[in-house]
Ligand binder design. Structure first.
Ligand SMILES: Cc1cc2nc3c(=O)[nH]c(=O)nc-3n(C[C@H](O)[C@H](O)[C@H](O)COP(=O)(O)OP(=O)(O)OC[C@H]3O[C@@H](n4cnc5c(N)ncnc54)[C@H](O)[C@@H]3O)c2cc1C
Length: 433
C-alpha cells in the first residue's frame, strides 16, 4: 500500500468482510504483536509508506510516513545536523509506525523520553476507515484530550498510524563514551550518581551488562571485542553528549573515571579515543541479545524497576529463579538510568529442556518479584500477544475498565489487532466483566 487512502480502503474492505486487521511494521517487536494465527485476519504491511519530509530545521520537526525505517530517517536528518533522540538495537528494521505503536524506549529514554514524547502529531486510519488528520507540529497544544497519545503504545489496537510529525534535536557536537568494570550493580548505580552530579543532563546513556551475558557472547561470538582486559561482574557503558563544542566533555568524563576508581567503584575503565573505539563499546552492548540467542532457548523479561531498588530487585529475582531451577543462567542487562532491565534466562549448554519445562514457574518467579517491587512487566517492548493475559490479570479493575472503554469506543467491533493490550474477548461489546 502506497498511501493513506489505500490503507483506508483496505480497512473498510476488512470491516465489510468481517476480517481482523493486524498492522505490521518491521516485525521486530519480540512480543508477537504484529503477527496472528487467527485465520480471518489480514496482515497489513506499511513498508511502502516510506517517504521522509518535509523537514523543518527551524522548528526542528519532521513529517514522516509510518513505514520509514528508523536508520533511514536518521540518515535523512544527518545532512541537516538533526537527529531523532531514539537509539535501539533494531534501528535497521524497526519502522516509525511500529516505534510509535509500541512507544519504544531505548538508550536515551531517561534523557529525552520515550517515542511518545517525540510525537507532536499523527495521522491515523481509524477502525471504521475514516482518516484522522492530527498531524500538527506544536509543542504546546492543550486544546482538549491529547488524542495522539492514545495511539502511542496502542500496538495497532485502535487504528493504523500512517504518518507522524516528530520532534528533533541537533546532533551532538561531542560524544564521549567509556566502559567501566564494576563488582556489582550497586557500584554501577553509585557511578551513575557520580555521572549525574558531574554531567547533569549531558549524560546520554548508562547501559549495564552482567558477566553471564559477556561470557555467553565470548563463547558464541568470540570476534566481538570485549574492550576491557578481563570480564567483570558488571560492565557499565557511560556516554556523555554535548550540544556544543563550547562545552567540551573530555575533562568531565576523565574526572568521572578518576572518581570511580578512587572510590573503588570501578576496578578498570577505558575511554573511547575515537569513533571506532566508541562503536566497539556499543557493538559489545548491542551484541548481548544475539550472544544469548546463539546459546539456545531463552526466556525474556522486559521489565522496569524503580532505579533505587534495582540492585535489591536483581538479587531477589535471581534467588527466586534459582529456587525454581538452580542451574539457570541469569543474564540481566539494559538501561540502568531508567531501571529498564532485560532479565533474560538461559540454561547451561545441552539443558534447554529444563528451561522449557519450568517456563511457567520461572516466569512467575520473575514477574512476582517485579510486582513486589512495584515495577512494570512490560517496560519498552509492549504486551503483544505474549503478555496480554499477564497484564490483564495484574491491572486494577479501574484500569481495566478504562482501557476497555477506550477500546470499545474507538473499535466497537474489536476488529483492530485483537488480543493485544486487552485479551480478545474483552474487545467484544457488552461482555460482562
Ligand atoms: C535486537 C533488538 C533490539 C531491540 N531493542 C529495543 C530497545 O532498546 N527498546 C525498545 O523499545 N524496543 C527494542 N526492541 C523491540 C522493537 O524493535 C520495538 O518494539 C519496535 O518499536 C518495533 O517496531 P516494528 O516496526 O518492528 O514493529 P512491529 O514489530 O512490526 O509491530 C509492533 C506493534 O506495533 C503495531 N504496529 C506496527 N506498525 C503499525 C502502524 N503503522 N500502525 C499501527 N500499529 C502498528 C503492530 O501491530 C504490533 O502490535 C528491540 C528488538 C530487537 C529485535
Amino acid at each position: 500500500l502506497e498511501n493513506t487512502d489505500a490503507v483506508a480502503a483496505v480497512v473498510k474492505l476488512c470491516r465489510e468482510h468481517g476480517l481482523f486487521l493486524i498492522p505490521q511494521g518491521g516485525n521486530t517487536g519480540l512480543v508477537l504483536g504484529s503477527s496472528s494465527t487467527e485465520p480471518a485476519s489480514v496482515i497489513l504491511s506499511l513498508e511502502r509508506l516510506n517517504s521522509v519530509g518535509p523537514i523543518d530545521p527551524v522548528g526542528k520537526t519532521v513529517r514522516v510516513e509510518s513505514g520509514v525505517v528508523l536508520d533511514q530517517l536518521q540518515s535523512a536528518l544527518a545532512d541537516l545536523n538533526l537527529t531523532l533522540p531514539l537509539h535501539l538495537g533494531s534501528g535497521g528494521s524497526a519502522q516509525i509506525g511500529g516505534l510509535i505503536s509500541t512507544n519504544a524506549g531505548g538508550c536515551h529514554a531517561f534523557r529525552h523520553g520515550m517515542m511518545a514524547d517525540q510525537v507532536l502529531g499523527l495521522e491515523v486510519v481509524l477502525p471504521d476507515g475514516k482518516i484522522w488528520n492530527g498531524n500538527r507540529a506544536l509543542i504546546k497544544d492543550n486544546a482538549g484530550y491529547a488524542l495522539r497519545r492514545l495511539f502511542c503504545g496502542a500496538e495497532g489496537s485502535l487504528g493504523v498510524v500512517t504518518s507522524a510529525t516528530l520532534r528533533l534535536i541537533h546532533k551532538p557536537a561531542d560524544l564521549q563514551t567509556m566502559l567501566l568494570a564494576c563488582d556489582s550493580v550497586s557500584d554501577a548505580l553509585s557511578i551513575l550518581s557520580l555521572c549525574e552530579s558531574a554531567a547533569g543532563s549531558l549524560l546520554n546513556a548508562a547501559e549495564f551488562i552482567d558477566r553471564v551475558g559477556l561470557e555467553l557472547l565470548k563463547r558464541h561470538q568470540p570476534h566481538v571485542q570485549q574492550a576491557l582486559d578481563d570480564i567483570p561482574n558488571v560492565a557499565l557503558l557511560i556516554e556523555l553528549a554535548s550540544p556544543s563544542n563550547l562545552v567540551p566533555l573530555g575533562p568531565i568524563v576523565e574526572s568521572i573515571l578518576e572518581s570511580a576508581m578512587d572510590q573503588s567503584l570501578a576496578s578498570d575503565g577505558v575511554i573511547a579515543n575515537n569513533e571506532q573505539q566508541r562503536q566497539t563499546m556499543w557493538t559489545l552492548r548491542e551484541s548481548i541479545p544475539e550472544g544469548q540467542r546463539l546459546h539456545g532457548a531463552q526466556l525474556k523479561h522486559d521489565i522496569a524497576i524503580p532505579v533505587a531498588s534495582l540492585a535489591e530487585f536483581l538479587e531477589k529475582a535471581t534467588q527466586a529463579v534459582l529456587t525454581v531451577l538452580p542451574t539457570a543462567l541469569v543474564n540481566p542487562f539494559g538501561h540502568l538510568a531508567d531501571g529498564n532491565v532485560h532479565f533474560n534466562l538461559s540454561a547451561p549448554a545441552g539443558q534447554d529442556e529444563s528451561l522449557i519445562k519450568n517456563q511457567q514457574a520461572l516466569n512467575s518467579a520473575v514477574y512476582d518479584t517485579v510486582v513486589q517491587f512495584e515495577g512494570s512487566i512490560a517496560a519498552e517492548h509492549g504486551l503483544g500477544r505474549s503478555k496480554v493475559r499477564l497484564a490483564d490479570s495484574s491491572r486494577s479493575v479501574i484500569e481495566r475498565t478504562l482501557m476497555k472503554s477506550i477500546k470499545r469506543s474507538i473499535d466497537p467491533d474489536g476488529r483492530m489487532n485483537p488480543d493485544v493490550i486487552l485479551a480478545a474477548t474483552d474487545a467484544v461489546p457488552n461482555q460482562r466483566d
